[in-house]
Design a protein around this ligand. Structure first.
Ligand SMILES: Cc1cc2nc3c(=O)[nH]c(=O)nc-3n(C[C@H](O)[C@H](O)[C@H](O)COP(=O)(O)OP(=O)(O)OC[C@H]3O[C@@H](n4cnc5c(N)ncnc54)[C@H](O)[C@@H]3O)c2cc1C
Length: 308
């Protein structure tokens, strides 16, 4: 209930204005967002890498409404690729991109988003790193998977994301469980109707485990995007069952979420990557984090009542 209300609220311009302007919000946002500018994000990335973790950097922004904004988003990513290349972090730091930030929803947006992300993927290849295409709401899945297929013909390291709550995902998983294919499996963070997505948490978890089994049995590179101890156990079990080498899959968690668990997994020798968002346009990302976990809302409410 609360989650659904928060996901609706994430679309409210009025609430957005109020929350973004509230000083207390900033303190809470800092827990989930690694800074507003690239230097702060690079410092956070360097710190995590020094702890034995890897990162995927997300320049926050989505739902752009003009071509100029899409170009601005692309250029922000090109600067991030430059920064990663300049400090030689290419083997440990990659980029996560939302195609809506690259103009996907504009008229002719599919081609515009492809052209924008192509520029970033090409620069990333030159810098020795990769791009992963985040998955957004269900109306964008066909376009995003088509962009992924196209990019992979030129930049085979490009990764994609599948959401276990979508009814179509088992089919998409089988299609993507191919040689060299990097697939991040998540549960899904958007509000979707019952004819499109599972609504029951247990059913979503079961679907996650089924899709994960398909990925772990296949020849691709699964990326387990979850903080859920049950999904993490399941991945470890499947890795043993299929005799997977430690470098043939990775765990991924969001910045500020279960940081001790991130380090524990890295300490056990698992490749573990932190999804590191940065930038000024943090509202939609922040609201989805509140929506998926009551403890995050409590943390926010506590911050509202304390001055420290
Ligand atoms: C790296 C990464 C990338 C993502 N990319 C996308 C994307 O492209 N598209 C998309 O739609 N969604 C994305 N998501 C979000 C995802 O879809 C889920 O909404 C989100 O991860 C919550 O699901 P969960 O599996 O982490 O655990 P949940 O189902 O939220 O929680 C299950 C259980 O895990 C434990 N748990 C969860 N979080 C915590 C915590 N912070 N501290 C302690 N215990 C915890 C609790 O026991 C909880 O009951 C991404 C998530 C990650 C981690």
């Amino acid at each position: 209930m609360l989650g659904a209300a928060l996901l609706s609220a994430s679309r409210s311009p009025r609430l957005r204005r109020t929350l973004v302007a509230a000083p207390v919000t900033r303190r809470v946002v800092d827990r989930f967002v690694a800074g507003e500018q690239l230097p702060a994000a690079m410092a956070a990335a360097g710190h995590l890498v020094s702890l034995g973790l890897m990162v995927t950097m997300d320049h926050l922004g989505e739902d752009v409404t003009t071509v100029a904004d899409a170009t601005t988003a692309r250029d922000a990513y090109l600067r991030a690729v430059d920064a990663i290349g300049a400090v030689g972090l290419g083997s440990a730091a990659e980029l996560s991109v939302k195609l809506s930030a690259f103009g996907q929803a504009l008229p002719g947006g599919h081609d515009a988003a492809l052209a924008n992300v192509e520029a970033v993927a090409a620069a990333a290849s030159d810098a020795g790193t990769t791009v992963t295409l985040d998955m957004e709401d269900s109306t964008t899945v066909d376009s995003t998977l088509a962009v992924l297929r196209s990019l992979r013909t030129r930049h085979p390291g490009t990764g994609g994301v599948l959401q276990s709550y979508l009814l179509r995902t088992p089919d998409d998983t089988r299609a993507l469980a191919a040689e060299g294919s990097r697939v991040r499996l998540v549960k899904g963070a958007y509000r979707e109707p019952p004819d499109t997505a599972l609504q029951d948490k247990r059913a979503i978890d079961r679907a996650y485990e089924q899709c994960l089994a398909i990925l772990m049995a296949g020849p691709g590179y699964p990326m387990i995007g979850s903080h859920d101890p049950r999904m993490i156990d399941c991945a470890q079990r499947l890795a043993r069952t299929y005799g997977r080498a430690a470098d043939s899959f990775e765990f991924q968690m969001l910045y500020g979420m279960r940081p001790r668990e991130q380090q524990r997994l890295a300490g056990l020798g698992y490749r573990t990557r932190v999804y590191l968002p940065y930038g000024t346009d943090w509202y939609g990302y922040f609201m989805r984090r509140l929506a998926e976990r009551p403890a995050n809302v409590l943390f926010f409410l506590r911050a509202l009542t304390t001055r420290a």
